[in-house]
Design a protein around this ligand. Structure first.
Ligand code: GTP
Ligand code: SPV
Ligand code: MN
Length: 590
């Protein structure tokens, strides 16, 4: 057990509710990993992959009804409904506890309750947060080992400092969607997740703590918890500019964070350093600048579309010590997914656990997929060849530019720069993107997703915008804010090649930060001159760039109208600056 009284009594309470057969404390050792894997191989929870081709790798299927985050079952349980805001589902705390308790009750009978002490951020850093997750899933323990610093070192620290921690309770229960709840109690520093075994719902350090609880704490303590990648762009002189970028789920964060400079730009000698691929914690340091750390220690990345052309660094990273979830399992115990490397396998076991052959159709005459569109791999960030050597440094990296971006077939140009911080906050607050497979719901539908935080902001989003505005006033100067769209289409095809080629756009962004290049002033912000994006080596028709940078005033006026409707949902909680920016945009478009 533990000397930490609060931890001790909380675990006792949870055990009384869930009634596990036994309680096991996770120390994070290799011996422990081997023991848990062995047990999971025996029960079938995990399958060991080909030891020669994929050393240290394992395979897991989640339930067929449990393959993405369930936003409609995710709640912020603040005392006042107003504090959850118009974009979150809300339950009163007592009602949340009551409903979830019914499902948690006796849910661990016949199972083991694992205790996982973990640290989001380097262990012992003043900017890190400690959590303890209780779970009845070995899959969760093995994932948390990769995604966060965990085990004995964290428990020792917690006992020594007698510090506070986020109470994270998870049980698979019966994996029934009708008995699934993902609840956050910001005022109690607690998370209760029940009835799911899928990543974002159950790896509680990730979206639940680092973003929903994190954003709530950030507002109280004066910092930002954001759904952002962090990357460094090093030029041949050795200067590294760091960028933080917020794109909604499955819109390209992991890929951008570890891009390989494309052939045509190689002569310029850039190197990319990966700091984080999903979450950034940012605060103002004594120099008045914004500094960011990645609180995670691993990646939980999207498999489909990942191949040696689109993302060679990631392909290298996932060759070893990786957990594969819901991809196609091949006969030779290797894996495959749509848009992956190599020829399409002749057969295998698909994400649903069924025998699979390419070309088979379902009852709607749609092709049956080998891998689920939201199939993923969990991999240590230290496996990524481009990982920064600042990963364990608690100060993190100074941010020169913030980028927002979404998946929009129309409207949004390849890149534009906001006029100033306040306008940049408006650009982030009014982001929209097509829904992807990372969340349950209608795919492709365009929805507003402010700062890519719609599903992750743990408090009233009106207050969140105010917090962004207030922090901007404290920085000297604040980073410049940009918007990008890699996904603009013409006749159904992407106009922009994306992936490594995105460096061409980052190059323009960095030049703007250094005041090295002029922008073209438009009603929505500064755009590049057509020739200011280096297209060397890219055989893309000139008219594509024109289409990528086109601003259709009529469409933008409609966009402004739709932004107005979105803003109305905030009522008096919307900061007046946002309304002011909308009016100014409308005026510029007239
Ligand atoms: P989460 O982990 O859900 O937060 O996603 P993410 O934002 O990290 O997205 P990720 O980089 O995993 O990319 C998601 C999907 O978009 C993958 O199928 C990628 O292949 C694809 N993708 C990424 N970058 C680009 C790009 O620049 N252009 C195009 N066309 N597709 C891209
Ligand atoms: C996302 O959906 O934004 C992810 C995957 O990064 S999950 O951890 O499931 O949230
Ligand atoms: Mn994400």
């Amino acid at each position: 057990m533990t000397k930490h009284k609060k931890l001790q009594s909380w675990i006792r309470e949870c055990a009384e509710l869930c009634k596990p057969d036994k309680i096991v404390w996770c120390d994070g050792s290799e011996e422990e990993k081997a023991r848990l894997e062995k047990e999971a191989f025996k029960s079938g929870e995990l399958i060991q992959l080909n030891k020669k081709k994929l050393p240290g790798c394992v395979y897991h299927h989640t339930s067929v009804n449990d393959v993405a985050r369930t936003e409609h079952l995710t709640y912020i349980c603040a005392k006042n409904k107003r504090d959850a805001g118009p974009t979150n589902n809300w339950l009163a705390p007592h009602e949340g506890y009551r409903r979830a308790s019914e499902i948690f009750k006796n849910s661990m009978r016949g199972r083991t309750m694992y205790v996982i002490p973990f640290s989001m951020g380097p262990v012992g850093s003043p900017f890190s947060k400690i959590g303890v997750e209780l779970t009845d899933s070995i899959y969760v323990v093995l994932n948390m080992r990769i995604m966060a610093r965990m085990g004995k070192v964290v428990l020792d620290l917690l006992e020594k400092t007698r510090g506070d921690f986020t109470k994270c309770l998870h049980s698979k229960a019966d994996l029934d969607v009708n008995r699934r709840l993902i609840l956050h109690f910001p005022e109690d520093n607690a998370i209760w997740s029940v009835g799911s075994g899928y990543g974002g719902n159950v790896l509680l350090g990730k979206k639940c703590l680092s973003l929903r609880i994190g954003s709530y704490l950030g507002e109280k303590e004066g910092w930002l918890a954001e759904h952002m990648l962090i990357m460094g762009v090093e030029d041949p002189s050795g200067r590294v500019d760091y960028i933080a970028a917020a794109f909604p789920s499955a819109c390209g964060k992991t890929n951008l964070a570890m891009l390989l400079p494309p052939e045509g730009l190689k002569r310029k000698g850039y190197r990319i350093w990966t700091v984080g691929d999903d979450i950034a914690w940012m605060r103002i340091d004594t120099d008045g600048k914004l500094w960011a750390v990645n609180p995670e220690y691993g990646l939980f990345g999207v498999a489909p579309g990942t191949n040696s052309k689109t993302n060679p660094n990631l392909i290298k990273a996932i060759e070893k010590n990786t957990i594969y979830t819901n991809v196609l399992l091949k006969k030779d115990k290797t894996v495959w997914w749509e848009g992956g490397d190599g020829v399409v396998p002749k057969d295998g076991t698909n994400w649903q656990g069924n025998p699979w052959r390419p070309g088979e159709l379902d009852e709607n005459r749609e092709p049956i997929l080998g891998a689920h569109p939201n199939s993923r791999f969990t991999v240590p960030i230290l496996n990524v060849p481009s990982v920064t050597n600042r990963i364990d440094h608690h100060h993190g990296v100074p941010i020169a530019a913030i980028i927002f971006g979404g998946r929009r077939a129309h409207l949004a140009p390849l890149v534009y720069e906001s006029f100033n911080w306040q306008h940049g906050v408006f650009v982030g607050a009014t982001m929209a993107s097509e829904r992807t497979a990372a969340q349950v719901g209608k795919q492709g539908e365009v929805r507003r997703d402010p700062m890519a935080m719609l599903p992750f902001c743990g408090y009233n989003m009106g207050d969140y915008f105010k917090h962004w505005l207030a922090l901007g006033k404290k920085m000297t100067p604040p980073p410049k804010i940009f918007n990008v769209n890699w996904f603009r289409k013409d006749n159904g095809d992407f106009l922009w090649p994306g992936f490594g080629e995105n460096l061409r756009v980052l190059e323009w962004i960095i030049s703007r930060c250094k005041n090295e290049v002029e922008g073209v002033k438009t009603p929505i912000g500064y755009l590049p001159h057509e020739n200011d994006i280096d297209m060397t080596g890219l055989r893309s028709p000139r008219e594509h760039m024109r289409k990528l940078l086109a601003i259709n005033h009529k469409d933008w006026r409609e966009e402004a109208e739709s932004i107005g409707e979105f803003f109305n949902s905030f009522g008096k909680d919307l900061p007046k600056e946002m309304k002011h920016e909308l009016n100014a945009l409308e005026k510029r478009l007239r």
